[in-house]
Design a protein around this ligand. Structure first.
Ligand SMILES: Nc1ncnc2c1ncn2[C@@H]1O[C@H](COP(=O)(O)OP(=O)(O)O)[C@@H](O)[C@H]1O
Ligand SMILES: [Mg+2]
Length: 265
C-alpha cells in the first residue's frame, strides 16, 4: 500500500483559455496534515474540487485513497469529506440537530450517539442544544468540521477553514484541526496564511503560477534557505498574542514554566 493518500501528477485545468493549474504534482502522506498554501486566485479551490470529484481536470492524473478521481469518482466520494470555504450548517437547527441530520443522511448507526461524541470532541457540548444562528464564527466552523467527520472518512479536505474568522475563532479551529490528525485522519487544508500552515501542518505544498513549487515538511522547507545570522533582540509579543491575552484565553495554551500574560480588566 502506498504511503501517499493523495497522489497527483501533471494535473492541468483551464477555465476557457485561462490556465489555472499547469501541471500540478503533489503527494500527501497518510495521516498527515498537509497545507496547500497559495495566494488568492492561485487555484487552491480548483485543485480541491478536482480531488473531490466535483470538477474534471483537463490533463494529468490524481488518486485519493487509492482511487482514481476520473475513473472511480464514487469510490473517491466514499472516502472523503469536503468542508468548503463557506460553512454549510443549517442556521435554524441546533448544532446537535445538524450532526444528527448528517448522520442519518450518511446511514450511520446511532446518530444521536455520534452527534454527542462529536460535540464533545469539538468542545460544543454546551452549545449543542442551541440554534446555530447564535454561534460565533469559530463555533460554526468547528461544527462544520465536526459534520465532515460523521462516518469517519479517511480523508478530509478543508478549503480555507479560517478565512473570515477573528483570531479567537481561528485559534479554536486550529485546535479542532490538530485534533483531527491525532485521530489518524489525513487532512488537506488550503490556506492563504503562512502562519496557519506553520502552526498546523506537518507537510506544506506551495501552489504558485499553476504548479506546486515546493512540497515537503516544514523542516525541509526551512532548509531551503541558509540559516539566518543570529541576532539578539528583545522579544516583543505579536499583536495576535496581545489580542488573545486581552480578549480572553481560549483554553490554556501557555507552555509549562511560562505564565500566561495577565488579562487587564
Ligand atoms: N468557474 C470558474 N470559471 C472561470 N474562472 C474561474 C472559475 N473558478 C475559478 N476561476 C478562476 O480561476 C482562478 C483560480 O481560482 P480558485 O481555484 O478559486 O483559486 P483559490 O482558491 O486559490 O483562490 C482564479 O483566477 C479564478 O478567478
Ligand atoms: Mg479558494
Amino acid at each position: 500500500m502506498s504511503a501517499a493518500v493523495i497522489d497527483v501528477h501533471g494535473l492541468e485545468k483551464a477555465y476557457g483559455d485561462a490556465p489555472v493549474l499547469r501541471g500540478v504534482d503533489l503527494t500527501v502522506p497518510r495521516g498527515s496534515i498537509t497545507a496547500l498554501l497559495g495566494s488568492n486566485g492561485a487555484g487552491k479551490t480548483t485543485l480541491v474540487r478536482i480531488l473531490a470529484t466535483l470538477l474534471r481536470a483537463d490533463a494529468g492524473s490524481a488518486s485519493v485513497a487509492g482511487f482514481d478521481v476520473a475513473t472511480q469518482p464514487a469510490q473517491v466520494r466514499g472516502a472523503i469529506s469536503l468542508t468548503g470555504q463557506f460553512a454549510a450548517v443549517d442556521e435554524i437547527l441546533s448544532g446537535r440537530e445538524n450532526l444528527v441530520l448528517v448522520a442519518r443522511l450518511r446511514h450511520v448507526p446511532d446518530p444521536g450517539a455520534v452527534a454527542d461524541e462529536l460535540l464533545e470532541r469539538f468542545s460544543l457540548t454546551e452549545a449543542g442544544g442551541k440554534r446555530v444562528a447564535t454561534y460565533s464564527g469559530g463555533m460554526r466552523r468547528r461544527l462544520d468540521i465536526a459534520m465532515s467527520l460523521v462516518g469517519d472518512p479517511p480523508v478530509i479536505f478543508l478549503d480555507e477553514p479560517t478565512t473570515g474568522l477573528d483570531p479567537q475563532g481561528r485559534a479554536e479551529v486550529w485546535r479542532a484541526v490538530g485534533e483531527l490528525a491525532r485521530q489518524g485522519t489525513t487532512v488537506l487544508l488550503t490556506t492563504q496564511y503562512l502562519e496557519e500552515a506553520e502552526q498546523l501542518a506537518d507537510q506544506v505544498a506551495i501552489l504558485h503560477e499553476g504548479r506546486v513549487v515546493v512540497n515537503g515538511t516544514i523542516a525541509e522547507l526551512k532548509r531551503l534557505l541558509p540559516p539566518a545570522r543570529v541576532e539578539y533582540v528583545e522579544k516583543q509579543p505579536t499583536l495576535e498574542e496581545v489580542f488573545l491575552a486581552v480578549v480572553g484565553p481560549v483554553r490554556a495554551t501557555a507552555p509549562a514554566g511560562e505564565p500566561a500574560p495577565e488579562a487587564t480588566p
